[in-house]
Structures are given as C-alpha cells and as structure tokens.
Design a protein around this ligand. Sequence first.
Ligand SMILES: Cc1cc2nc3c(=O)[nH]c(=O)nc-3n(C[C@H](O)[C@H](O)[C@H](O)COP(=O)(O)O)c2cc1C
Length: 162
Amino acid sequence: MTHRPDPPSFRKAAARFTTGVTVVGALGEDGRAVGMTANSFVTLSINPPMVLVSLKSGRTLSAVSTSQRYCVSVLDAASIHVSSHFAGKPVDGDPPALVEERDFAVLPGALAVFACDVVQTIEVADHRLLIGEVRWCRHEEGRPLAFYGSEFCSGPGTPIQP
Ligand SMILES: Cc1cc2nc3c(=O)[nH]c(=O)nc-3n(C[C@H](O)[C@H](O)[C@H](O)COP(=O)(O)O)c2cc1C
C-alpha cells in the first residue's frame, strides 16, 4: 500500500511543473472588479474553446459564482508586482487594477485575455474547478511571467530543438 505524500513533499514536487501566471478577474454585484493571482489555468479544448481554473473560496470565487463569468489575464515578465498584489501581498506605488471591458474584469496590458462564461463547476477539496467557455480572447507579443520551484522566472527561454 502506498502512503499519501506529506504536504511539503507534494508541494515541492508540484512546483517542478512550470506554469505561467494569470489574474482571474470577475465583476461583483456592485459592478466593481475583483481578482486573484492563479497559476491553475489550463486550456481544455481548442474547438470549442474551453479553459479551466481552480479557485479556493474568497472574494473572487464569490464574484465568479454570482456572475457565472470570469476573465483570465496572462501576466508578462514585468508583472511580478501585479501577481503579488492580486495574491494579497501589498506592493509599493500605485496598485494595479482590473477594468471592466465588455462585461468582464480585464487586466490592461495583459499578454493574453480569455473572457469566459462558466459552463461547469466541480468541487474538489477546498477548491472549485471552474470550466469556462471562451466568449472572446486576444493576445499580444511579449515574454511571459513563469513560476517554477515557487519562484518567478522570465519565460520562455531559448527554444530547444527536439
Ligand atoms: C503564483 C501564484 C499562483 C496562485 N494560484 C492560485 C490558484 O490557481 N488558485 C487559488 O485558489 N489560489 C492561487 N493563489 C493564491 C491566491 O492568489 C491568493 O490566495 C489570493 O489572495 C486570493 O484572493 P481572493 O481572496 O480575492 O479570492 C496563487 C498565488 C500565487 C502567488
């Protein structure tokens, strides 16, 4: 019989998987935009265009649950402070803000934006998986912010040949 990995070992192993970093935004009932940093973003299907994020309870999940919409903004390599701000860690200077665009809470200057309607919700442990159908999206050229080994890095590096 195998034993469950202890949380620190599991966290370290999971951190060996490089991800990008996003801000998941939603509009609250008062019309104000809220958002949180999330690296659980996954593309599920190209046609139809489907994505997934995994969010724990908090202001953002409440707003998504009520509006049944969310917007994923992909951060560029110059946006560590944006990631920190939306992960609840105060930063010096003007705080970054999400803006309303076509009924979604969008980060200005994001590398890519995916505006989604929630089509399915699945509860897993203390998180909720929010499967979204992408209503509109756009992208820019640039270097993404990456997250590896619990640290931020500038990705991608030099492409390698197989
Ligand atoms: C790089 C990074 C990735 C994160 N990814 C997620 C995630 O995918 N899901 C999640 O629930 N929290 C994630 N967090 C933690 C949330 O950003 C943090 O708990 C945030 O304060 C929640 O905001 P809220 O209470 O407004 O919803 C991440 C934090 C960081 C720094």
